[in-house]
Design a protein around this ligand. Structure first.
Ligand SMILES: Cc1cc2nc3c(=O)[nH]c(=O)nc-3n(C[C@H](O)[C@H](O)[C@H](O)COP(=O)(O)OP(=O)(O)OC[C@H]3O[C@@H](n4cnc5c(N)ncnc54)[C@H](O)[C@@H]3O)c2cc1C
Length: 403
């Protein structure tokens, strides 16, 4: 293991992609992950839509070929108007054929991504993976960083030249550095229900955004076994968690969404709180934030995991050049300028807009929004521009232009 290694906290999609992208550039890393081998795959269902710009990055480290067979290739997504049961717009990634090798999204859940990426990192001589190891704090000086970790109740230290917090939204590194997590938290939580039912027979695509002034939804398809769909519903701040997740309450929600007259086979459910926040700084000295530890957003539009993976690849380039002596630390300031700008101007702005669009109450505004979506989807040039934004290709191009 070379001494010039990067210490990565968290074996989520961001930490693992960073380790693999560093290895691809000849740089070593040590990943510290609190989950142990026995419970690593017992994580709640989360992200799963992987956009074209992200698929290109997975391909660069050899991860794409492992994910494609486990996912669903989804070239088309839909916008629906629920009160009228009307398909408003179908966006087809075919318009991006000239922009990417992957003119589609890949529906492949976070758990499969981390399972495959972990196996790759464990087989990679340049990565040391320490599972069952909980990070508790760190110090830094002019030469490197020293982290304290707990393994089976014992305290140990781990060193590296830089420390990257890929620990998720509760980042200890971010808090230890006193970095403000600026933004807000929605008062209403989102209810996620996983259900084994073929929604395609009702005309839905593999990814659907469904607007409704009373109860908007997202509906996404995941490959089995067990084959299933994820349906999101809003809740009210005063709703009681136990009451919302009772089996009868979940059935009632689903029957309200689509009355089949037969009980749905519910595979799972969870409630989550949605935050829209960006760290005031992405770096202090040798400590750097990436992924959810740097920014969090609503899942409408599937941008959290994707933009986190983009942080990882951007950062891998910079750290590799610094550690190979080809760049100085000002490259890390550029990482912050590029990725913080994208987090604020693209990810936050777009996810906030997406939620507004789905829950809009004013009938005149809803009509205008729907007309615009229809026009956009039907015009090849407008559709391409729109898809360049939603597929995050534009955000990667824009970041590259930031000096
Ligand atoms: C319900 C839901 C649906 C979502 N859907 C989408 C979607 O469709 N598309 C999308 O792009 N995004 C989506 N997101 C967001 C997405 O899940 C996150 O953006 C993404 O997982 C962030 O990756 P990460 O690697 O930064 O952090 P995480 O995935 O949170 O991983 C952090 C890792 O760090 C480990 N860790 C934490 N603390 C410590 C510690 N002290 N010591 C050691 N290890 C530690 C954790 O165990 C974990 O393995 C969704 C989120 C939710 C909640």
């Amino acid at each position: 293991m070379p001494a010039d290694r990067v210490l990565i906290i968290g074996a989520g999609p961001v930490g693992l992609c960073l380790a693999l992208a560093l290895a691809k550039r000849g740089v070593g890393s040590c990943i510290v992950e609190q989950l142990a081998a026995e419970n690593f795959l017992e994580q709640v269902p989360r992200a799963g839509t992987n956009h074209p710009a992200t698929l290109e990055m997975y391909d660069e480290i050899g991860l794409y070929d492992r994910l494609e067979p486990r996912g669903i290739i989804a070239p088309v997504f839909h916008y629906w108007d629920r009160p009228h049961g009307e398909l408003i717009a179908a966006f087809d990634h075919v318009h991006l054929r000239g922009d990417t090798r992957f003119p589609y999204a890949l529906q492949c859940e976070r758990i499969k991504i981390v399972e495959e990426a972990l196996a790759m990192a464990q087989a990679e001589p340049l990565c040391e993976v320490r599972l069952g190891t909980t990070f508790t704090g760190f110090t830094q000086d002019a030469d490197g960083v020293l982290a304290t970790v707990e393994v089976d109740g014992r305290e140990e230290t781990v060193e590296g030249r830089y420390i990257v917090s890929a620990e998720g939204a509760r980042s200890i590194v971010r808090r230890a550095l006193g970095i403000e997590f600026e933004g807000f938290t929605y008062p209403d939580r989102t209810l996620n229900i996983e259900v084994a039912y073929d929604f395609k027979r009702h005309g839905y695509a593999d990814r659907n955004y469904i607007s409704d002034p009373d109860e908007w939804s997202n509906l996404f398809h995941w490959k089995g076994p067990p084959e299933r769909w994820r349906v999101h519903f809003p809740t009210r701040p005063e709703d009681d968690e136990a009451a919302l997740t009772r089996p009868e309450a979940l059935q009632a929600k689903l029957q309200g969404f689509l009355a089949t007259g037969r009980p749905f086979e519910i595979v799972g459910s969870n409630l989550y709180t949605v935050h829209q926040r960006v760290a005031a700084k992405f770096r202090v000295g040798r400590a750097i934030l990436a992924g959810d530890s740097a920014h969090v957003n609503s899942p409408i539009g599937a941008m959290g995991l994707n933009s986190g993976v983009h942080d990882a690849f951007n950062l891998a380039d910079k750290l590799a050049r610094i550690l190979r002596g080809e760049a100085d630390e000002s490259a890390l300031d550029r990482y912050e300028r590029q990725r913080r700008h994208i987090a604020v101007q693209h990810t936050q702005a777009q996810t906030i807009r997406n939620k507004k669009l789905l829950q809009e109450k004013d009938p005149a505004v809803r009509r205008r929004n729907h007309d615009e979506l229809r026009r956009t989807a039907e015009d090849p040039k407008l559709a391409r521009d729109y898809l360049l934004r939603t597929s995050l290709i534009n955000s990667v191009r824009e970041a590259a232009r930031i000096p």
